[in-house]
Each structure stands twice: as structure tokens, then as C-alpha cells.
Design a protein around this ligand. Structure first.
Ligand code: SF4
Ligand code: SF4
Ligand code: FES
Length: 245
């Protein structure tokens, strides 16, 4: 099938209340969804609000809803997501307040990282001082491998926007914050395990996850928050059984 000469792009305009505006954008080889949005903003409507920084899949700031599904847009080729008529529909990420147009407000997402105690707490330096020596953590140890498996999160919120439990329960910490907590529970240099496990237990935490795996299926970095959450459940189970909580 010959490629269409142009794409019809419906773009959300406004905040929570708004409507779609339509644009015709020239189709190009190897065009990404972010290229399309940038074309619209530079050539057709300079007032369009959206967010990006690195363009190479590192910063996590360009995620949007593309034809109904959360994706990073700088690494998503149009040809892979466009429908048969060459149409694209772009909305801001779901499960977050809308600032304007394609820019969602990520404050609630990062607040939840903080509530899940997603900050490293050095074990040997209780006042936050920098330890004098580097810790040696064997790369092949089980805990190191568990931590490594989740550490490349770029904070794009694709998983958060894809999670039904987040949609149903405003308080739920969500896959990325829980994944972060799991990397720290496995960090042998960290001294905040007990408080962190307290923070991720309960209705807002890991026990509310239904293991549907949308987070894992859609994470553009191929991380597995669903397994991380299962790890937190196991850690809480054993800590409770062994009287450590
Ligand atoms: S596995 Fe859990 S965190 Fe991931 S999308 Fe499903 S309910 Fe949400
Ligand atoms: S876990 Fe994956 S989808 Fe979720 S914020 Fe991190 S990189 Fe993005
Ligand atoms: S612009 Fe940085 S990840 Fe897409």
C-alpha cells in the first residue's frame, strides 16, 4: 500500500474541558509522533502546548495518548501506530490533570514517588552525609539483580496512565512509584526498608494491584513494574510472618 501524502491529526485542545482540533501534516519517512506534534506547533499553530526534552528516549517527558494508548512519542514511529486511513488522535496522558492541550500535570505522579519513599536513604550516613567509602555490591547478587531490573525507569508515566487501578483509586501509588520502592528495598546500601514497606502496604499500595500487567506491557523501557509489585507483596508477607513488622 502506498503511503498517504499527509496525515490527519486530531489534537486535544483545552484543559479538562476542551475539544479536538484537526490538522493536516505532511507524511514523511521515519517520522515520529513527536515530529508530527512539533510540525503542528512550528508550522500550523504556535499556541499548541506539549512537552519534550531529549528526543532520544531518555528524559521521559514526551509521553501522550496516541490513538487511545499511552506511549512515549519521540521513539514511536507514526507508521506503527497510525490507523488504516492515516489518522492520528493525540490526547494528554490519562489519569493525570490536564494543564493544557497535550501537557498533563505530572505533580500527582511524582508526589506518589515521594509517598512510596522513593528516595535513597544511606544506611551508613543517617544524617544524609555522604559515606566516606563506596559500597561494593556484587553485580551477580540476587538483590542487585532485582534492583538493576527496575532501575532504568525514566519517569514517563506511561505505566501510570495505563493502570486501571490508578483510574479507579486516586490514592493508589501506581506502578512506577512501587517499582522505585522495590529497587530501594533491594538496595543493600539503603537504610529505609521498614518505613518504605510501611509506605507501600495497604489500600493505596501494592495490595491494590490486580496484576493485570498493562504497566509491564506498555513500559517503553521494557521494565516490569508488575513483578516489582509482586516482590513488594512477598517482602511484606515474609516480614509479617517472621514478625519483622
Ligand atoms: S499490574 Fe498492577 S500496577 Fe500494573 S497496570 Fe495492572 S493493576 Fe496497575
Ligand atoms: S516504569 Fe516504565 S512506563 Fe513507568 S514511568 Fe518508568 S519507564 Fe515509564
Ligand atoms: S523527549 Fe525525552 S523521552 Fe521522549
Amino acid at each position: 500500500m502506498a503511503e498517504a501524502a499527509s496525515l490527519t491529526v486530531s489534537v486535544w485542545r483545552g484543559a479538562e474541558q476542551g475539544s479536538f482540533a484537526r490538522f493536516e501534516v505532511p507524511a514523511r519517512a521515519n517520522q515520529t509522533v513527536l515530529d508530527v506534534v512539533t510540525y503542528i506547533q512550528r508550522e500550523l499553530d504556535p499556541s499548541l502546548a506539549y512537552r519534550f526534552a531529549c528526543r532520544v528516549g531518555m528524559c521521559g517527558s514526551c509521553a501522550m495518548t496516541v490513538n487511545g494508548r499511552a506511549r512515549w512519542t519521540c521513539r514511536t514511529h507514526v507508521r506503527k501506530v497510525v490507523d488504516a486511513d492515516g489518522a492520528l488522535e493525540l490526547r494528554p496522558l490519562a489519569n493525570l490533570p490536564v494543564i493544557r492541550d497535550l501537557a498533563a500535570d505530572l505533580a500527582p505522579f511524582f508526589d506518589k514517588w515521594s509517598r512510596a519513599r522513593g528516595t535513597f536513604q544511606p544506611k551508613d550516613a543517617p544524617d544524609g552525609a555522604v559515606p566516606e567509602d563506596f559500597a561494593v555490591v556484587p553485580p551477580a547478587s540476587k538483590q542487585r539483580r532485582e534492583a538493576d531490573a527496575g532501575i532504568e525507569c525514566i519517569g514517563c508515566a506511561v505505566c501510570y496512565a495505563s493502570c486501571d487501578v490508578v483510574a479507579w483509586n486516586d490514592e493508589y501509588l501506581g506502578p512506577a512509584a512501587l517499582n522505585r520502592a522495590w529497587t530501594l528495598v533491594n538496595d543493600v546500601r539503603d537504610g529505609g526498608r521498614a518505613e518504605r514497606l510501611d509506605a507501600v502496604a495497604g489500600d493505596a499500595g501494592c495490595h491494590s494491584c490486580h496484576s493485570t500487567q498493562s504497566c509491564t506491557e506498555r513500559c517503553p523501557k521494557n521494565l516490569d513494574p508488575s513483578s516489582a509489585i509482586a516482590g513488594l507483596k512477598r517482602a511484606l508477607f515474609w516480614d509479617t510472618l517472621l514478625g519483622r513488622r
